[in-house]
Design a protein around this ligand. Sequence first.
Ligand SMILES: Cc1ncc(COP(=O)(O)O)c(C=O)c1O
Length: 453
Amino acid sequence: MTETVKYLLDEAHLPRFWYNINADLPEPLAPVLNPATKQPVTAEELEVIFPRGVIEQEISTEREIEVPEPVREVWRQWRPSPLYRARRLEQALQTPAKIFYKYEGVSPTGSHKANSAVAQAFYNKIEGVRRITTETGAGQWGSSLAFAGAVFGIEILVYMVKVSYQQKPYRRALMESFGAHCIASPSNTTASGRAILAEHPDSTGSLGIAISEAVELAAQNPDTKYALGSVLNHVLLHQTVIGLEAMKQLEMANAYPDLVIGCTGGGSNFAGLAFPFLGTQLRGGPKVRCIAVEPSACPSLTRGRFAYDFGDTAHLTPLCKMYTLGSGFVPPGFHAGGLRYHGMAPQVSHLTALGLIEARAYNQLECFAAGLQFARVEGIIPAPEATHAVRAAIHEAERCRETGEAKTILFNLSGHGHFDMQAYMDYLAGKLNDLDYAEEEVAMALAGLPAVA
Ligand SMILES: Cc1ncc(COP(=O)(O)O)c(C=O)c1O
């Protein structure tokens, strides 16, 4: 009998509902606060920057939320995405573990980000929004929203973190090809950008700064809303399509994961894969170890503090309770640009604090090495962000080799690295270093956390 390598679902099995983990949390999330009053933020306050459709999802505790048909129609172009059994990787590692990966690089823009971009563009469209502003780190989110904006006829303005803007000209070209406008952040087009540039003229930017610029513009213009590519409940909700599909595909393989692994920048691809399994566990189903993997140079979950903080640098956003390195912290310019965020999704943070999610951090060199080890047997070049998940999956499979345990490992290959080849070239030429974050900078940023009783 031949051994199956990829498990494919047909379009008829594309999930009709998202899974909302808020319905199954053992303790509710801490409320999002208005920074001026320190009271829970109201839906009306959020409406300044978000459409009502996503605000309803942000606060919902319904377990299942229907995916609108127009969103499923666009998704059908690449969803359901394939689930692979990494047979050649297993062989190369000589491990008894079974390794599966859900491959999100098949979307038009090459990552999971398109899942939420299409949904968010749809909710903006039905509320008559003319323009959406956003930030992008790696360029994956910005290009995904640019694609979704082109599909639904909405203007897209992207603030791209300056270091990525310089490292990845083709990502910018992709956004512009979809008709979006892309500006290097910090820029002099906003008060937040000008303030940063006045203090740090050479700033390489950060997701926190780019968010400030995008939010500022949306708050000032009634025809403009803002979209965030990660962190918030509704974004994580949209990404649960990944885990819901993976569950059905693993059934086809007669398997259930012992471990579920994803890289974490703001937490959306990790949560998208892990939450449906974690929810099943919370409702009395099989236990899974969920491992969130972050870069050592921006270790919010493993070294940050669980506290109320701003989501952006200029303090224009509400306060979220999350693991944070402090909103003033600017991570060093390592190559996984999508993981350079000072905070973490409140849902992922809450579940980590409750001991239901494990977190670990790796350096960039060992992640690139794992990415190449994977590419040379599986044939897919992982995005630098996704190499963190690959690193952890290989690590766990090697542990199985030592213990002889045949565990089932599932990880999220959140995107391909076709626009990140400069990073791979630099790695192969020996030009990359492991970047450490400055402890004193984090201490300073944490000292500036807002006081919340
Ligand atoms: C391919 C890829 N994976 C992961 C991430 C990290 O984001 P998140 O933690 O929201 O999945 C990014 C962010 O840009 C990305 O581009």
